[in-house]
Design a protein around this ligand. Structure first.
Ligand code: SF4
Length: 204
C-alpha cells in the first residue's frame, strides 16, 4: 500500500506491531484496559498500557462520551444555570474555607464536624506558603508542653502532645509535597471565580 511515516519513509511492521494496534484499537473502542491485558496474556497492566497509543483526539472523545453518559443518567433539572441567589449562597462557602495553614476540604454546604481543630484535622489541605507558620506552631506547641509540665498542668499535656504530633506530621507531609513539587502531584483547581453579573462574596 506504500504507506509512509511522517518523515516520508516506508512503514515497516513486525508481528508485534499488530498486538500494539490491537491494544490501541480495543481500548479506544471501549474495552477496559484490564480486559485487553488478559487477552494479550499480560501479567502486569503496565505492560498493556505501554502497548497503547492514546491520541489527544481519542482522549477528548472518550472523556466527552463519559460525560454524556453520566449526564444521561442524571435528572435534566440538575443541568441548569444557577440563579443569582444560589450563586450568592454558594460563593461565601469557598471564602469561609480559607484557613491560616491552607484550605478546609470539607464538602460544600457541610458544617465543620471537627470543632475547628484544624491542626489535627485530615480535611486540612496545606498551603506551601504556610510552612513558616507551621514551623512556628510546632515550636510553640513544644514550648507549651514544657511550660505545662513545669507548672504541673498535666491535664494539658496529652492534648498538646496530640496537637504536636499532628502538626509535626503535617510538616513532614508538606515538605514531601514541596520536594515532589507542584503541590504533591495534585491538580489544584482553585476557588471558582464568578463571571460578570454574579455578585462577589464581598458584595453579597
Ligand atoms: S477542623 Fe477540619 S473540617 Fe473543621 S474547619 Fe478545620 S479543616 Fe475544616
Amino acid at each position: 500500500m506504500n504507506l509512509t511515516d511522517a518523515a516520508g519513509q516506508p512503514l515497516r511492521y513486525t508481528a508485534h506491531d499488530f498486538r500494539r494496534i490491537f491494544a490501541s484499537d480495543a481500548v479506544g473502542s471501549g474495552l477496559p484496559v484490564h480486559i485487553v491485558g488478559r487477552l494479550l496474556d499480560h501479567r502486569n497492566i503496565n505492560t498493556t498500557q505501554a502497548y497503547m497509543a492514546i491520541f489527544d483526539e481519542q482522549l477528548v472523545r472518550s472523556y466527552r462520551a463519559f460525560l454524556d453518559n453520566r449526564r444521561s443518567q442524571r435528572p435534566e433539572a440538575e443541568y441548569r444555570e444557577p440563579t443569582e441567589e444560589e450563586w450568592r449562597e454558594f460563593q461565601p462557602h469557598f471564602q469561609l474555607r480559607k484557613l491560616e495553614l491552607g484550605e478546609c476540604g470539607r464538602p460544600y454546604g457541610t458544617p465543620c464536624k471537627h470543632k475547628h481543630a484544624c491542626i489535627r484535622c485530615p480535611s486540612l489541605r496545606l498551603d506551601t506558603r504556610a510552612r513558616p507558620r507551621l514551623v512556628e506552631i510546632v515550636a510553640n506547641l513544644r514550648d507549651r508542653i514544657e511550660e505545662a509540665k513545669l507548672n504541673g498542668w498535666l491535664g494539658e499535656v496529652a492534648g498538646l502532645k496530640a496537637s504536636l504530633n499532628a502538626a509535626s506530621s503535617k510538616l513532614v507531609s508538606l515538605d514531601r509535597m514541596m520536594e515532589r513539587g507542584t503541590g504533591g502531584g495534585r491538580v489544584l483547581l482553585g476557588i471558582p471565580v464568578l463571571g460578570p453579573g454574579h455578585a462577589t462574596a464581598e458584595e453579597a
